[in-house]
Write a protein that binds this ligand. Sequence first.
Ligand SMILES: Cc1ncc(COP(=O)(O)O)c(C=O)c1O
Length: 365
Amino acid sequence: MVPFLDLKAQYAEIKDEVNAAVMGVIESCQFVLGDEVKAFEDDFAAYCQSDHCVALNSGTSALHLALLALNIGPGDEVITVSSTFIATVAAIRYVGATPVFVDVDKASWTMDANLIEAAITPKTKVIMPVHLHGRVADMGAICAIAEKRGLQIIEDAAQAHGAQHNEKRAGSFGAIGCFSYYPGKNLGAYGEGGAAVTNDAKLAHKMRVLRDWGQEEKHHHAIQGYNARMDGIQGAVLRVKLRYLDKWTEARRAHATLYDELLSDIDCTAPLATNDRHVYHIYSVLVDERDRVQKALGDAGISTNIHYPIPAHLQGAHTDLGYKNGDLPVTENLGSIFLSLPMFPELSDDQISETVDGLRKAING
Ligand SMILES: Cc1ncc(COP(=O)(O)O)c(C=O)c1O
């Protein structure tokens, strides 16, 4: 049996530290924000090579508040990708703005920067690339276009804690970088959590106000705000786990190298290898007859997943945007052939071999 993810194995490694951290919050009764969250914000900002981190209750809130902080609203367009978790698109719609989808590159599976210029209109305000599966999008090209055309960048780095492109960390390229700490993420809380990082003190301040009911001062709600604060327990857990993140990331990267090697004689496509620091939140391969192959793996006791089978532009919630099948051919094709293999730091070499053997048998029918 090979699980897709094993959070219990990770907890076993850090149990004493996590338990002490959680008990510390309970003793202090700082259940919402508080000292542990503040300390985590400082640690995570430094980790992301950013000046400020605003800790929130989810990655979705991070995207939502990032858009609000940049005054994005009805009538504005945000260029993004459809090959993503639905939250990227939901956040754009929460503020009343319009998502404009560009296709992804067929090798990197992230935003195809060559398609951005043609998607820009007088209404475009933001480019929102997604660092899918833990690979930083083509930020050199995306930043150059944004600068030339006077656009802001919000990075959806929900899957990319610690990923790097040219030595620069995910989340530090644009105006604001957004992270999720959903439990299964590379840095996962023990519940919901998220954060936005930025080098702009004013944007950080605005997001702090937005997360706390629009209060600059107790009982003074200067702007429409939200309840989007991080819990104290999550801050304490994340602070402990952040100290292990690089070790866990190196384990993921070693697993990916082994997968790459073992998959080389199998009829499937492994993730593109580059010199960037891909953090392999997800290790997906491209495989024909994906559903049949996935079923055969499942029957052999190997758990897999799909990230993501139905692109956002073809989801019922977004039919009013007017996209149809065929509009984003690379995205649509990837959705039908993506297959995510087991990937977590504690995965053993034997489990990787078993997965690859299972895949070989499944592909060969
Ligand atoms: C690419 C992407 N964006 C946004 C989110 C939303 O994060 P959360 O689940 O913490 O709200 C996720 C997480 O699932 C994600 O994978």
